[in-house]
Design a protein around this ligand. Structure first.
Ligand code: B12
Length: 323
């Protein structure tokens, strides 16, 4: 048993380590399965693996057989290396999550019409649960979906929607935002499909006004930016996070394009000048694909994110058009 520390334990943010029972001890719990029966040899193999991961003070808390020929381990061990928390910067979606009532009120008062939001799971992907969680009336984790908002005209198009169909609908329905769910990531199909949508949107001249939001368990905000989207949301996203972003981004963009003051702009932030007739082309910040970590914090991202290489991507697989 370790001694109970006296007084408040000070966190060293420059040398941040996991917390076990003493500040800075670096204790973590790991769980994995080995494809061998539980035995003294299996235990030793597990310990050696954890040692090779660079951890020390290894304690095997649990070793159990799981099915025939497999053993499952729960191990406590200590991380030796810290991270400097004071140097961490993350590219984040720029929006404060607001309540549904507040957002409805903002749209009603400051926009005066319903914002049209189209949601779809695109390409070959048939995983609708994620986009349903965001769009459907009942919502997700106690948070009502976008269909429940009085001032959002939210339409869930379901699964396997073709990018070209989505673009056509965006034009005919005068959509303000497109929400794309990508769950299957095999062979990076999610990236190809997302980029393909943006290429089509650019050809259709939709990039200035339309807000592009991507989501899915392996989608991160930096990845979405890399694909030319405006924002990306991952695991645990709630509908109100997305609605808040759409409303804020709509108002930011309107200020930039039309010079109409953004009522949600923090008072300490300067107003954005009206955009020139031809917006200057700037690249999106370079980010590490799929990682949350990055050197840049994006305050406002101008509409342009595709790299030259991205244009060389192949078309996404498509389902056959409905008759
Ligand atoms: C249910 C399920 C299915 C169901 C889908 C039913 C349906 N109507 O959706 C069925 C059985 C059809 C299915 C089929 C397949 N599946 Co499946 N499936 C799953 C499973 C078990 C759960 C997914 C889920 O519903 N999650 C719950 C939702 C709420 O979470 P979520 O999607 O992450 O959504 C949240 C966030 O990501 C975010 N979000 C999601 N989308 C969006 C969009 C926007 C705009 C925003 C803002 C946010 C957002 O918000 C949500 C709420 O917080 C996962 C494994 C798992 N445990 O995750 C495998 C999984 C996704 N499936 C997988 C695979 C491989 C397949 C198949 C290819 C299997 C096969 N060989 O046939 C097929 C593919 C079919 C197809 N054409 O797409 C793999 C994908 C691997 C990969 N990364 O590519 C997984 C991970 C299983 C695995 N471990 O192998 N599957």
């Amino acid at each position: 048993m370790s001694e109970t520390p006296k007084g408040p334990q000070k966190v060293d943010l420059k040398r941040l380590k996991p917390y076990g029972d003493i500040m800075g001890d670096g204790t973590i719990q790991i769980c994995f399965t080995l494809p061998v029966e539980a035995s003294a040899e299996a235990r030793e193999a597990a310990v050696q693996l954890v040692q090779k991961m660079g951890l020390d003070q290894i304690k095997v808390a649990t070793m159990e057989n799981v099915g025939r020929g497999f053993s499952m381990f729960v191990i406590y061990a200590n991380v030796k290396v810290p991270v400097d928390f004071t140097k961490i910067e993350v590219v984040k979606v720029e929006a404060k999550t607001r309540a549904r009532d507040e957002l409805d009120e903002v749209i009603k008062t400051h926009i005066g019409r319903k914002l049209v939001v189209l949601g779809a799971c695109t390409g070959y992907d048939a995983h609708t649960v994620g986009i349903d969680a965001i769009m459907n009336m009942k919502g997700f984790a106690g948070d009502y979906g976008l269909e429940r908002y009085q001032w959002l005209d939210a339409r869930n198009l379901g699964a396997q929607v073709l990018n070209e169909e989505l673009i056509k609908l965006a034009v005919s329905e005068k959509a303000d935002a497109i929400l794309v769910s990508k769950v299957v990531t095999q062979h990076n199909i999610h990236i190809r499909d997302l980029k393909d949508l943006i290429t089509r949107a650019k050809k259709a001249g939709l990039m200035d006004r339309l807000i592009f939001v991507a989501g899915g368990p392996r989608v991160t905000h930096p990845l979405a930016l890399e694909c030319g989207f405006d924002a990306g949301f991952g695991v645990g996203t709630k509908p109100s996070d997305v609605a808040s972003y759409i409303v804020e981004e709509f108002l930011r963009r309107r200020e930039r394009l039309d010079g109409i003051p953004n009522p949600l702009r923090p008072t300490d932030e300067p107003a954005r000048a009206k955009a020139p007739a031809k917006p200057t082309k700037k690249s999106a910040p370079k980010t590490k694909r799929g990682s949350a970590g990055s050197k840049l914090v994006v305050k406002f991202r101008p509409k342009k994110a595709m790299t030259t290489g991205a244009r060389a991507r192949k078309a996404s697989p498509r389902r056959k058009a409905k008759k």
